[in-house]
Each structure stands twice: as structure tokens, then as C-alpha cells.
Design a protein around this ligand. Structure first.
Ligand code: PAF
Length: 288
């Protein structure tokens, strides 16, 4: 496995290949990331991962400074998972000057849910992903693949639409969320949890499963009942000491509230949630 830090070295390392399969990350890797790398392997003729903590997608009060940087351990795990090239640029390599040009994703998809509670988050994500795609795919001649985890459900939708609207010849694939034995979705931020918070953390996924059951039971009357069901789910978490941002039932197609016909159609909805436990903000979702 080759570790490169500059765009020039990355392009040189990729020169012999036609068809990269790419897994962008911010490092501090867990089995969810490694699962994406393993899925990437048979797709292209070279498997590439990036490790870059992207300042642009963090608000000033968020955890950019404390986000765990574990490059050595990440590289060992990537090598074991079969990654061929790791691109770990220093900040000045990707942002040699203040990033004036930015990707503004559409409000209907990107200003709701995560985008509502983390304004500017998807501008930062789309901008760095666009730059990473330029670095990884610019010389490719064959099919190009990019893989994202479904735990960041809205993120993979926003990126998929960006790729479509900019006519980028890249297949965006989404990997299933990997979970701990108790059901907690794997996340780099789980490491922030204290022992007691870690034991409690699974309640977010349990609340979302309960909301999913209630939504399915409501069937065609979901549009009238949805807000009350969501409020009940959020209240239950708040009573356990959480600060929920949202727990909600949405259409898979566009993350808008389901209409009666969506609620009756199979595999058309997703429940999504974000909530803070102590100082840690966790997100999760289930397709239903
Ligand atoms: O999901 C992440 O880790 C990040 O948002 C991404 C896609 C690597 C962009 O910084």
C-alpha cells in the first residue's frame, strides 16, 4: 500500500490504473469504513482511500480541533482491508488558499435535517468531495466508483445528486451501516462517549426502530399522525437525558415527509435521527 500526501504524488501513483474505486474518509477508521474498502476492491483496478479532516464542514463550535487523528493506525487497518493507495494531504495541500469557490447544494435536500442543524455542513462536504474527486478521478479512463456509508444517509444522497447534476462519470455506491453488537451504529464519534454514555447510546437506534414500527402501523394515516409520532419519540429520548435535534420519518427518494401513497408503498421510507448525549452528537437511520 502506498501512502501519499500530495495531489501530484497521488496522480503519479494512479497513473498506471484506469478505474479507481474510492472511499473518502476523515480517518479514525472503524469497521464501517473498512467494509466500504472491502466492497470497493472488486469494483475497480485500484482501491483508494483518503484521510482528511475537512475544516470546511465543521462549524466554529464543533469538534474540528479534537477530531481524532490516528493516521498510523488507520493506514495499518486500510492495508489489511486491501486498500492500494491512501491519500492523506495536509490542509495546505487541499486548501493552499481560502476556498472561495464552493459547491452550494440545493436547499430542498441539503438545508433540512443535518443541514438545518449544521448550517453550511453540506457546502463543506460537497466542496471537499468535489476536490477529492478531481484529485482521484481526473486521469481515469474506465469506470469510476465512489463509496459512502448509509449511516450518513443524507450525505450520500446529496453527493449522489451533485454527481448527477454535474454530469460526473462516477458511480456513487452506498454501504450498509455497520453496528456494534448492541445495535449502536459505528461512528468515529462513538469514541467521545463515557462508559455510561456508551451503554445508553444504543437508545437512539432503539427509538428510531420504535418510530419505524409506529410509522408502519399508521400506514395510510401517517401524514396526519407523523408529527405526533415524531414528537413522542423525541420526548422519550429527552426523558432519558438526551437532547434530540430530530427523529423523523421521510421518503427515501427525496427526504421529504411521506404522503399517504408513500406510506403504503413498500421500501419507500426511512427514519432518521440526530441527538446529543452529553457532548456527543450521534446520528442514525433505518430504511423501512
Ligand atoms: O463522511 C465523511 O467522513 C466526510 O463527510 C467525507 C465524505 C469524507 C467528506 O469530508
Amino acid at each position: 500500500m502506498q501512502l501519499v500526501h500530495t495531489i501530484a504524488d497521488l496522480r503519479a501513483a494512479l497513473a498506471p490504473y484506469q478505474s479507481p474505486a474510492f472511499v473518502p474518509t476523515m480517518g479514525n477508521l472503524h469497521d464501517g469504513h473498512l467494509d466500504l474498502v472491502r466492497q470497493a476492491q472488486p469494483l475497480g483496478d485500484v482501491t483508494v482511500s483518503s484521510i482528511f479532516v475537512n475544516r470546511l464542514q465543521f462549524a466554529p463550535h464543533e469538534d474540528f480541533d479534537t477530531y481524532p487523528r490516528t493516521l498510523q493506525a488507520d493506514c495499518a487497518r486500510l492495508e489489511q482491508a486491501g486498500c492500494d493507495i491512501v491519500f492523506a494531504p495536509p490542509e495546505k495541500e487541499l486548501y493552499p488558499e481560502p476556498q472561495g469557490y464552493k459547491i452550494q447544494p440545493p436547499a430542498d435536500l441539503a438545508d433540512i435535517l443535518e443541514g438545518h442543524f449544521r448550517p453550511g455542513f453540506f457546502i463543506g462536504v460537497c466542496t471537499v468531495v468535489m476536490k477529492l474527486f478531481q484529485c482521484v478521478f481526473s486521469e481515469a479512463k474506465g469506470p469510476r466508483y465512489a463509496l459512502f456509508g448509509k449511516k450518513d444517509y443524507q450525505q450520500q444522497m446529496v453527493i449522489r445528486r451533485m454527481v448527477q447534476q454535474f454530469c460526473m462519470p462516477i458511480q456513487v455506491l452506498a454501504g450498509e451501516t455497520q453496528r456494534a453488537a448492541d445495535g449502536l451504529a459505528l461512528s468515529s464519534r462513538n469514541g467521545y462517549l463515557s462508559e455510561s454514555e456508551r451503554a445508553e447510546a444504543v437508545q437512539l437506534s432503539m427509538s428510531l426502530r420504535a418510530l419505524a414500527r409506529d410509522a408502519l402501523a399508521a400506514a395510510g394515516s401517517l401524514p396526519e399522525k407523523r408529527e405526533a409520532l415524531e414528537a413522542q419519540a423525541m420526548r422519550a429520548l429527552a426523558l432519558r437525558g438526551w437532547q434530540p435535534d430530530y427523529l423523523t420519518v421521510r421518503r427515501r427518494a427525496d427526504l421529504q415527509p411521506p404522503r399517504a401513497e408513500d406510506a403504503l408503498a413498500p421500501q419507500s421510507m426511512v427514519v432518521l435521527g440526530a441527538a446529543r448525549l452529553g457532548r456527543t452528537r450521534l446520528i442514525d437511520n433505518f430504511e423501512i
